[in-house]
Design a binder for this molecule. Sequence first.
Ligand SMILES: [Zn+2]
Length: 503
Amino acid sequence: MTASSMVVATLLLLSVAACRPSSPVAPTTVTSMPRIPILLLTVDALRADHLSIYGYPRDTAPALSRLAQDAVVFERAFTPCPRTSPAFASLFTGKYPHGHGLRQLGQELAGENLTLAELLAGAGYSSRGFVSSTVLVGQLSGLDQGFDVWDDLLPARERNRENYQRIAADTVASVARELDGGWQPGFLFLHLIDPHGPYAAPEPRSFAPGPAASASGLFEPSLVPEYQRLDQRPRLRDYIDAYDAEISYADAWLGRLLERLRQTDLYDRALIVVTADHGEAFGEHGSWFRHGATLHEESTRVPLLIKLPAGPLEAGPARVTAAVSLVDLLPTLLDYAGVSLPPGLHGSSLRGLLEGTPPSSRAVFSTRTGRTSQWAAHTRQGTLLASDCPGGDPGLCGWRWFDAADADSREGLPAASAPAGTAEKLRGFVTRSRAATLSFAVARRYRPSDRDFVGSFMQEHNRGAAGLDRQQRLALEELGYLQPLADDETRAGRKPSEQVHRR
Ligand SMILES: [Zn+2]
């Protein structure tokens, strides 16, 4: 740890943000099972196929490879929406976006939703979340609902925009301090942002020429999102090298955390999940260094490792080929925690698959909401895509099938190539999604394009969340984490919530 990150880690001790109250009703029942610590570790924008456990030739993530020796690895796991806050909303509610209402960045998870942390609280769990991106700040996203502690102090401004974040070293240090302080994890949620662009790992790593070496083509620089433009990197391989280095950096800190857990009995006792909110596109289907423009597998397929609480697998590492979704995690975790499932979930417990039930022909789904919404059904064999038809036609158009073994195929195949019944499953999902109505309003807290708001909110938030005194604030300013402020501004004492946009 560098000297600066140690200072920041110390200051982060003070960063416990006030959390919103839980929903009034949490209809859980508790069984007599012992309480199992649950550790949900997530890495933003981590595509599965850049990990060697999924066949990537580069050893980007040795810590995850080691965890996989004790875990069940899901080959075909998908996000319900390849955008950060909608994906986490699905993970925390066990519902697709039409069920929880958070469809766009800047919207808030409505308090009427019942979250994983709330349901676990009903079984006596204490929940702490540690996040690393502006998009997950509690007051901007509502994703802190039900957590006892939601640590969202984000001291570092992104290079090219007014988003704030913190690097894995600092977020993991914050978790470590809680453990040092004697916290016995009930439910721990960790979010690392590092592989999300811009790709600028604090500890760059050189990889031997690998698959990226052949991807050396030049591309049109204007296709690169503004926030991703770094120095002069006109080549695809340079971007991929930098992305892989970010994975490696995040993995190293996950590894340190896991190693610490192994030094106690916590590693064996805990149910440990590692996953991501979405992937990242490298031009496979016309989208460069971003996610969410399409529902192809580079954006929607995510890693998923689950280590069961009984310790290392007696039968050795296991693989599951069935298609599963982030909406399945809430019912899975409640299942192992001994908490009964609330009605209306879209996901199913993965316990059967984890304990050896043969995979089914199930499909899971993803959506991208917009003027023309896109829809996908993901199965063990591949991904079927469709989109809204133009002109208000209620049907679906643009059907294409992408076989799992050839997911990067530019054009894909006609829908008739998909396994029988897949198109019907997708039509059924679209019908349910379009017909869904919510019994509550969904607030928009901000527009991501409103950079002035995001910048000023985060400055205020960081001061408020950290509760910094003058000396501590000056230390952060010196490190470049906070903009210097006039004294009267420092003492203004406005609550961050007073600055939240209501539109
Ligand atoms: Zn994300």
